[in-house]
Ligand binder design. Sequence first.
Ligand SMILES: Cc1cc2nc3c(=O)[nH]c(=O)nc-3n(C[C@H](O)[C@H](O)[C@H](O)COP(=O)(O)OP(=O)(O)OC[C@H]3O[C@@H](n4cnc5c(N)ncnc54)[C@H](O)[C@@H]3O)c2cc1C
Length: 455
Amino acid sequence: MRATLGGTCLNVGCIPSKALLHASEMFELASKDFAGLGIKAQVELDLPAMHRQKADSVAALTKGVEFLFRKNKVEWIKGKGRIDGPGRVVVTTADGAAQTLETKNIVIATGSEPSRLPGVEVDQTRIVDSTGALALSPVPKRLVVIGAGIIGLELGSVWRRLGAEVTVVEYLDRIVPGADAEVATAFQRALTKQGVKFRLGQKVLKAEVNQIDIAIDQPAKFKGGTKASPPAIPDPITLTFEPVAGGPPETLGADAVLLSVGRRPYTEGLGLETVGITPDKRGVIPNDHFRTSAPGVWVLGDVTSGPMLAHKAEDEAIACIETIAGKAGHVNYAVIPSVIYTYPEVAWVGATEEELKAQGVAYKAGKFPFTANSRAKVNHEAEGFVKVLADAATDRVLGVHMLGPDVSEMIGEYCVAMEFAAASEDIARTCHPHPTRSEALRQAAMGVDGWTMQA
Ligand SMILES: Cc1cc2nc3c(=O)[nH]c(=O)nc-3n(C[C@H](O)[C@H](O)[C@H](O)COP(=O)(O)OP(=O)(O)OC[C@H]3O[C@@H](n4cnc5c(N)ncnc54)[C@H](O)[C@@H]3O)c2cc1C
């Protein structure tokens, strides 16, 4: 078990990945974009220092949770918990000692772990999962990312900015499957412009580590051969994949491979059988308003159904505890935002156009590009757009999809609006500060009824 509090999010998830995303974005900005703003700078990467500032932020935040435990009189028993029949949890500490806790209610919140792929053995050195990808050093020369989901694209972006040649190999014929297709296409175009290569519709068969002793960022050097006929230099890793649609397999050389094909619920050794709980075939513990099939046993977060997101787990935790306390705990799953913290960022909440079409919902769309937003223009960051989808009959906002810098900070406005069942006209008639990117939120809402003013 982890020696620090805060789970995946604080230790090896949201927080360290955002620390690296921010630092690498600053590095790229200073290296490439300062000159266009009239700033001359000589920039050099200090990767150990970048990793240190990430670790400092993680340490400060996990200590913060410890402080909150003490402040709220929550006891932290350090060990691995296992359910041992109704109302009983056995905790085994690092020294092997066991302690039995008797309780009326048990909440399972054991989270998730990276999914594995047959033929791709994670060694956390050359072939890494998200945890290993947060600690790579030095920068790999060629990084292959398996899986074009949120985590793969975020961490792929980090290492591309720091100098890696990044190729993303994806099974589907599109990237980020949960996102609105129009946004995903524009996002892929933006990443491609930055130098990320995509191989879509490809099934990875295996990743072989070739036994050569070289640093992760250096091409292999071998003695022998002549200048005219140099010896063949093997790749540190050979990735083999084949088209999903059929066709001959291909290989790709890499210095590091990031396996990011999703996450699976973590229930190993949890003693679920002692209370008669059976996870479904994906390993998910099913729930009905956080109740499992066992009386007095509750479940929330990544280990149960729904999107694997920290704020979803947080919402469920509040609602679950309120329910246990006899109150009316509730989570509105229609308003759980998603964000990809790349450059540009992607953020969305509610239904995609594809979902509305599949459900046969009549809707209207309003769209506004950042090229027409004055703040985006003066900042020279005008990539992307805001799209608002509203019910054709009632004008109620059903979904909002954004691509652009800082949209992670802008999506919250629409979350509030949707919780209050706002119509797109409510946003369109709300005064927004000028000049800000947030004006694009209003302009896109105006677009639903065709009266966008700034484009
Ligand atoms: C690289 C990466 C980036 C991410 N970025 C984001 C992001 O930007 N935004 C976002 O919303 N989400 C993000 N996520 C997802 C987010 O981290 C998870 O959705 C969130 O942590 C789930 O919370 P949880 O409480 O369900 O589980 P976890 O945070 O996984 O916590 C479960 C805890 O239980 C402990 N545990 C497990 N079994 C036992 C046991 N038997 N006894 C005692 N303890 C046990 C585990 O060690 C862990 O500490 C990211 C994930 C990764 C990997």
